[in-house]
Design a protein around this ligand. Structure first.
Ligand code: MSP
Length: 461
């Protein structure tokens, strides 16, 4: 039987600034999913990478007195370093400045130009450099982009345009029939309602005044629009196609649900199977901002909670499709309650009690029997999947208190053996289920169960 394949992408992140907690959130979630699929015997593949062209990056490089290439090289290294600190097991780290990618883009635009899908025209609109997108008046609040709180610039320039409207009915059909599945459901409805009420305009796919980009092969005075460029890195970095999931934050849903599938169709490529959209991380109820002083640094989290602690806290903080709200205080509380006390305590008690428990065998855990957990993971319900595991942790701690194995040890050896067998098997199961979330902790627990050497997992803060 051939191995089932699974291919997930994170967005390719803008290389204009060092990574933050939001980037970490998406990437950790993708990593957890890929590890979970691999554990289930699937041929799972994770692509992440960098979006390195365009005005936003060129402007940043200028303010830092660097060449754009110097800037993107430096920032890409910063992202890679963070992925290492977070234990991200990606298969491909793609960059839009790579030669292979650039060649593919040039071929792609040439093909669309030859087929009359891309044509020369003029484009007028309000452009937000932060989003790298033209904005409709209805997207702006007092002329400003609500995501970046900056004035969108009015631009009118010669441009090459890609046909969009011709594919609108097809796109609606693909989304409705889940051939291009958008999850959770409410984001699918949001996109369908947008498509019902708005006619898709042809898209400006080139810029005349942005030099930091890939020149159009048929008109070198233009460079390729960054989103067109970035989307295709999902393809150029792939080992197989189509992708199963493009995991994205809700901020980039509109472009991913319109431009992206239409581009693929025009290029004669299979469309991606779908999107999964997650909410944003807020800090104390508000968008994180330097001015508000409520930014929670990902390095700060890593320092406090370690690799696995950070991974756990990010994914257990709330439902993955919704916005989640965190503060350092609440994260610390949860760390102490769930990790230092809950899991840490359980492991330490079971290992201590196991020390004079001989002849113990625990079979490796079998995930097939854990249907409920598997379904939650396949639904991206990470917080609920973790709740499921913590139910076992809490029940085991309670079982220890009720059965008092340290007393049984002296008086009733048979009963002691029965209690310990159950505890050790449950802990083995916990370690197995936690493997995609906390790979190192999972290994440590299994090791302690097999060799009996005690090692503190999480120190109380
Ligand atoms: N370069 C584009 C994506 C191109 S994909 C073909 C881009 N890059 S980005 O660096 O701005 O990253 C955006 C992504 O970062 C979001 O979609 C989301 O995955 C993540 N997040 C950014 N801020 C976030 C939060 N505050 N909370 C959670 N995730 C957020 O857009």
């Amino acid at each position: 039987m051939s191995q089932k394949k699974f291919f997930i992408t994170t967005p390719v992140y803008y290389a204009n600034a060092q990574p933050h907690i939001g980037h970490a959130y998406t990437t950790v979630a993708s990593d957890v999913l890929v590890r979970f699929k691999k554990m289930n015997g699937e041929d799972a593949f994770l692509l992440t990478g960098m979006d390195e062209h365009g005005a936003k990056i060129a402007q940043k490089a200028e303010t830092e007195n660097k060449t754009p290439q110097e800037l993107v090289d430096e920032i890409s290294e910063g992202f890679k370093l963070l992925w290492e600190k977070l234990g991200i097991d990606y298969d491909v780290f793609t960059r839009t400045t790579e030669k292979k990618h650039k060649n593919f883009i040039r071929e792609a635009v040439q093909k669309l130009y030859d087929n009359g899908i891309i044509y020369k025209g003029e484009y007028e609109g309000k452009y937000c450099v932060g989003c790298e997108q033209f904005k409709a008046e209805s997207d702006l609040v007092d002329g400003k982009c609500p995501d970046h709180n900056t004035e969108a610039e009015l631009m009118r320039e010669e441009s090459y345009l890609m046909k969009m409207g011709t594919e609108q009915e097809w796109l609606i059909k693909m989304i409705k029939e889940d051939k291009f599945a958008i999850r959770p459901e409410r984001y699918k409805n949001e996109v369908l309602s947008f498509l019902k009420n708005n006619k898709l305009e042809d898209l400006s796919i080139s810029r005349k005044n942005v030099n930091w980009g890939i020149p159009l092969p048929f008109d070198e005075s233009h460079t390729v629009y960054v989103w067109f460029d970035a989307f295709l890195s999902y393809v150029t970095g792939a080992k197989f196609w189509p992708s199963d999931i493009n995991l994205i934050g809700k901020d980039i849903l509109r472009v991913h649900s319109t431009i992206w599938p239409i581009m693929l169709k025009h290029l004669g490529l299979e469309i991606s199977r779908g999107l999964f959209v997650h909410g944003h991380i807020l800090s104390d109820g508000k968008k994180m901002s330097k001015t508000l002083g409520n930014v929670i640094g990902i390095d700060e989290m890593l320092e406090q909670f370690g690799k696995d602690g950070t991974r756990y806290l990010l994914l257990s903080a709330g439902s993955f499709g919704e916005d989640i709200d965190i503060t350092m205080e609440r994260l610390t509380e949860k760390y102490n309650a769930d990790l230092a006390n809950g899991l840490g305590n359980l492991v330490s008690r079971v290992i201590t009690l196991s020390s004079d428990f001989e002849g113990l065998q625990v079979s490796d855990f079998e995930i097939e029997n854990k249907k409920e957990f598997v379904n939650l993971m396949n639904d991206f319900a990470f917080d609920k999947a973790l709740d499921y595991v913590w139910k076992i942790v809490r029940e085991s701690n309670k079982y220890i208190e009720e059965t008092k194995p340290w007393e049984l040890k002296k008086t009733k050896r048979d009963k002691f053996a029965e209690v310990m067998t159950k505890l050790r098997a449950d802990l083995f199961l916990v370690a197995g289920l936690l493997k995609p979330f906390m790979p190192e902790t999972s290994e440590k627990i299994k090791k302690q169960l097999t060799n009996g050497v005690k090692d503190i997992l999480f120190k109380r803060l």
